[in-house]
Design a protein around this ligand. Sequence first.
Ligand code: GRF
Length: 192
Amino acid sequence: LKLGIMASGNGSNFDVVAQAIQDGQLNAQIQVLIYNNPSAKAAVRAANRGVEAVLLNHRNYKIREELDEKIVQTLQHYDVEWVILAGWMRLLTSVFIDAFPDKIINIHPSLLPSFKGIHAVEQALASGVKITGCTAHIACLEMDSGPILMQAAVPVLPDDTAETLHARIQIQEHRILPLAIALAASSSKSFF
Ligand code: GRF
């Protein structure tokens, strides 16, 4: 599997995919990391692992479609088959989705379809749910929507802050993301 990973921040999910490959648990290569935020720690992690990283700063593009055009060109240049959104905090346009139909996987810190968007952990906490979790799914145009590949649940504990809850969720993200990639790639059926 030729993977392209996209990240905006810390990149811990990038790291676990790279580690799963190194450990022989996922039969894949990371062709490129694309990041949009010059200070993303994901870029440092890529350098540490010898993975090529390309900065596409969204601030340099007037409209989303222009950025997505550049993303598609870059992914194609690196011969990417599957795209992993590992904390990619930008909305996608059809320019991107249509170039990789059924081949974009997103990881999100809630049990979708609950709590879409960038404040999923805070929303779960504020809502009073006692169980939340994470979802790996095929991405489509609508944010945090599309066929679900895998989910994992975690308890919400009485003293949780967004930070402690997110940390508990991330342990599960790190477990299911490599599994979800393998599942998606090994499935002959379309998920739609
Ligand atoms: C994860 O919680 C993911 O679900 C969300 O963004 C976060 C990225 O974490 N989409 P990291 O940068 O991989 O550590």
